[in-house]
Design a protein. Structure first.
Length: 323
């Protein structure tokens, strides 16, 4: 298996793997069942062995289970891992109740995360979202204080607007922006991506397959209990028409000898040296395919075809990114 290349995370940030490992699906989140813990740990360790050092988790994934899992996986090899932690979401069971971004809460969250992870410092710490409940200056200022204390190395932000990004960066330099980005979700190209590039902020792009839409494996109609049905793009005629659009991706994948999922990841990777595809994996068997996706190159005609076919608005309906 080919080891992954490195990229600078922002203009003043560290070198990290160009492919990130999303750990969320290794824990029970939003009604999903937790995966086999030993296999999840083995997946993290195998990723590290292959040069994927960017590990993404959240203190609310599985009510702390995910951080405990990551902590077990990196025990004895802390220097091999770059740990990104999101905070701020408040859950009761599998229901998200809202956000708590008060400085006093953030100072509480960080201590629990450090203990669960078994580390002295978190590499990248970021609010999972920003709302109007607490001024941006207070949220970012609190993380800046944690950086001064040595509990955090770098500031990240997630799922925010271009204006919020600029405001956050004015309080303390932002190293990374985590945001959903795929052929099916390109609205951030209007304002947010240009702002991140202008400010020299690295982009950690999740949901590269648009919650499975771009895998080529989804069929209509979906089962009545499928969580995708919460989002309008997976409902009724929207899903039927969206799956018709995916046929172009499936054909290109077949012609190039790859899977649609690999092409979806490769397209995100091709959008810039400052953009990292963040791919969720919970089994070692997924690693070779996803690492291989990082080696895929497109011709100018192929990129033009994908960009034209999947222009903004081509995919009907919204996702959680557009609530």
């Amino acid at each position: 298996m080919t080891t992954i290349t490195k990229m600078p995370l922002g203009k003043n940030g560290p070198l990290v793997s160009k492919l990130g490992l999303g750990c969320m699906r290794m824990s029970s989140v939003w009604g999903s069942k937790a995966n086999d813990e030993s296999e999840s740990i083995a997946t993290i360790q195998s990723a590290l062995d292959n040069g994927i050092n960017f590990l993404n988790t959240g203190d609310f994934y599985g009510s702390g289970h995910n951080e405990l899992l990551v902590g077990k996986a990196i025990k004895g090899r802390r220097d091999d891992a770059f740990i990104s932690v999101k905070f701020g979401a408040i859950f009761y069971g599998n229901q998200m109740l809202g956000l708590d971004l008060r400085p006093i809460a953030i100072k509480n969250f960080i201590n629990y995360s450090l203990v669960r992870l078994g580390v002295d410092t978190i590499d990248l710490y970021q609010p999972c979202r920003l709302d109007n409940s607490v001024p941006v200056e207070d949220v970012i200022g609190t993380v800046a204080d944690l950086i001064k204390e040595g509990k955090v190395r770098y500031l990240g932000v997630s799922e925010i607007t271009a204006d919020q990004l600029r405001k956050a960066n004015s309080v303390h330099p932002v190293t990374a922006l985590e945001i959903g980005y795929s052929l099916a979700d390109r609205q951030i190209e209007n304002d947010l991506l240009p702002a991140a590039k202008e400010l020299g902020i690295g982009v950690v792009a999740f949901a590269n397959t648009a919650e499975g839409l771009l895998t080529g494996e989804m069929k209509a109609p979906l089962p009545a209990n499928d969580y995708h049905l919460h989002f309008s793009r997976f409902q009724g005629e929207n899903l039927i028409k969206n799956l018709e659009k995916i046929e172009v991706l499936k054909q290109m994948a077949k012609d190039k000898g790859y899977t649609p999922t690999q092409l979806a990841i490769a397209w995100v990777n091709a959008q810039g040296d400052h953009i990292m595809p963040l791919v969720s994996m919970s089994r070692r068997s997924r690693l070779p395919e996803n690492i291989q996706a990082m080696e895929i190159r497109f011709t100018a005609d192929e990129l033009n075809s994908l960009n034209t076919h999947f222009s903004q608005g081509a995919i009907l309906g919204g996702t959680y990114l557009q609530r």
